[in-house]
Write a protein that binds this ligand. Sequence first.
Ligand SMILES: *Cc1c(COP(=O)(O)O)cnc(C)c1O
Length: 431
Amino acid sequence: MRFYSTNREVPSVSFKEAVLKGLPDDNGLYMPEVIPRFTDNFLKNLHRLSFNEIAFHSANMIVENEIDEITLRSIVDESFRFDVPVKNIHDNIHVLELFHGPTLAFKDFGARFMARTMGHFLRSDDREITILVATSGDTGSAVAQGFLGVEGIKVMLLYPGGKVSKIQEQQLTTIGQNITAIEIDGTFDDCQHLVKTAFLDEELNKRLNLSSANSINIARLLPQSFYYTYAFSRLEKRNTKIYFCVPSGNFGNLCGGLLAKKMGLPVEGFIAASNINDVVPQYLETSVFRPKKSVQTISNAMDVGNPSNFARLLDLYNGDYLEISKDIKGVSFNDNQTRDIIREVYTKYNYLMCPHTAIGYGGLSGYLGTREIGIYLSTAHPCKFKDIVEPIISEEVEIPLRLKKVIDKKKRAIAMTNEFDEFKSFLIETN
Ligand SMILES: *Cc1c(COP(=O)(O)O)cnc(C)c1O
């Protein structure tokens, strides 16, 4: 399969190049030239397949013969070693829990698959690579966990000291092995600036193979389509109208679902649910896309004012607003509404949700007709947002054992100022 840039100003590339490069030079996003279709037979037999079988088959259709089947199978098996439950909450409403991976958030799917795919391509090249990641919290630990122990890859995680939660800091600084945490005396923007400057620095690029593992890598998008197909397959009634509701920020998760639909998954439609950073719901209502500065909310992983995957969403529909607005409905909730949803669902159904997931529930329950079936995506475990959730339900939230272990580990981070020269010398010395 070849991959083109959504800006169409550079030639198409192989899957390998799209994965290793991340971003095309014209600043577009990579997309597959052809969207393959599931066969009727495959769709009919879905319920007999495991998550990993569905993942392998879907990936293989897009990667084609660029990764041999045995290798691709092992990439899939190593990436997805956790449960992906679909649970009925009440009536026709189901939740797809995507938080059973090592960092308790759905980003584990994309990060682990991307890391292993990159690892595979690098091994066959005998290249050593250094991956620089600036993180404000969650993405960094999912990416780093994904690369943990992958040969030929070193990961440098830059995070703003004192500006991530205690749990997040422990997750970032206790990984070890090929992962180095760097605590920057500065802001998240400083971390991002250091990483960007490093990519442009000639001397550094001569000495090291630098790469980024950003959220728009095509290898992060693909696995985010697998779980829609899987969730569909676990429903008892698959011949009704089925809707997915996706709590969205950068819209990578929703694009994964749209990709599955374009591959032939019989989904009636999607609900894009956001917090008050509602540029996409606004676009869906008015046909005008107007990015704005992001505003802080209690669902902070969705505080995005200029969603980077919007270009992919448009591209999947050739920019046809009418078609887009037929398939996707937009809805948004403010913090007080989000709190009300968390409290209500917990009281009525004894099901606790993180603020992002609550927005997913809210979007679905407000939209779904009684004859339709709905699935909303749960993007993180509620305990990751303990400080927000506990006062809402006036109860303590229990932390799962996996996370407790992380909290007790010793923090290891290298402290640095936000001066580029210090960061650069460090990279050269440790290489
Ligand atoms: C990243 C994230 C989201 C938003 O996902 P996008 O793909 O950026 O739309 C929602 N919830 C949580 C918990 C996240 O970490």
